[in-house]
Design a protein around this ligand. Structure first.
Ligand code: SF4
Length: 287
């Protein structure tokens, strides 16, 4: 059963939310002409935003991070977007030498060994490339939604990042059903991994399928404490420091050895777990 079969149905007010998201994008394109980018994770929400931007020919750049650790299906979506919409996606990759040195010092699976190493990997593969994407830009657009996790319940439509740029979240009030209803009714290309019970998709080693009873982002960094589950792209320095400080105090009991967790979570060698049941029955999954 596909993600569309499972989730695509509008919640009340869907048309108004689409209109509001479009108006937010149109206004931002005017306010930040030539200096605005959609930083797409290539997830379902970001595909909705890319479709709105492309469909309405809004002068907003599309940028993404190719971390070098993406699943093939995720990486292939970049080309599919370009072909489907006839636009060029800006692709930002990590500095090759930084990756080589990090892997040489810490190994390919360093992210499982400690929170610090996982954040260091995210820093090299995501944060530094994102800083290049956002350089010279005054605004960026994300697919953050309040429903995605407890840490995102307060996501505003309009925010500021630590550098003072406008950070716009046009889908902040959308439901997961809204996202898939839009994708279904507008024939939006999407990552086929969403059809394999992966609602939130990041790098391959750090993404697994979710099972019944698990939260939307349970498949991301599943060996970590819930409060640490951000890569830094959407965490202000202030709150990130607070979370890191809090975590370091509890590290011995909250950052679980991935090796130990692998057995408990039925994870494949490449880091994905099998969905043990149909998540459509999962009341915690946005649906
Ligand atoms: S999500 Fe995982 S593989 Fe990707 S940059 Fe972060 S730690 Fe590294």
């Amino acid at each position: 059963m596909s993600a569309i079969d499972l989730y695509a149905r509008p919640t009340p007010g869907f048309e108004e939310r689409v209109a509001h998201a479009l108006a937010t994008l149109q206004s931002a394109a005017l306010d930040h002409a030539g200096r605005i980018v959609q930083a797409t994770s290539l997830g379902a929400e970001d595909m909705v935003l890319t479709d709105l931007i492309a469909r309405h020919r809004l002068p907003i750049a599309i940028g993404t991070l190719e971390t070098g650790k993406l699943n093939p299906e995720t990486a292939a979506l970049i080309g599919r977007i370009e072909q489907h919409y006839g636009l060029a996606v800006e692709v930002y990759r990590p500095q090759a030498e930084a990756v080589v040195q990090f892997v040489k010092a810490n190994g390919e699976d360093a992210m499982y060994r400690s929170l610090e190493l996982r954040k260091a990997c995210c820093g090299i593969r995501k944060l530094e490339p994102l800083s290049r994407m956002l350089a010279q830009r005054s605004a960026w657009i994300t697919g953050l939604r309040r429903e995605q996790s407890g840490a995102r319940q307060e996501v505003p439509f309009t925010d500021r990042d630590d550098a003072g740029r406008a950070k716009l979240n046009p889908l902040a009030d959308w439901s997961w059903n809204d996202v898939w209803h839009y994708i279904a009714t507008n024939d939006v290309p999407y990552n086929p991994l969403h059809d394999q019970f992966m609602p939130s998709i990041g790098c391959a080693p750090c993404t697994r399928a979710i099972a019944v009873g698990e939260d939307f982002r349970a498949g991301r960094w599943w060996w970590e404490n819930e409060s640490a589950k951000e890569c830094g792209l959407h965490v202000s320095q202030h709150s990130d420091d607070a979370a890191a400080s809090s975590l370091s105090q509890r590290e011995s009991r909250t950052v679980v050895s991935a090796q130990a967790h692998v057995g408990a979570a039925d994870v494949k060698p490449e880091g994905r777990a099998e969905a043990r049941n149909d998540p459509s029955a999962n009341s915690k999954t946005p649906a």
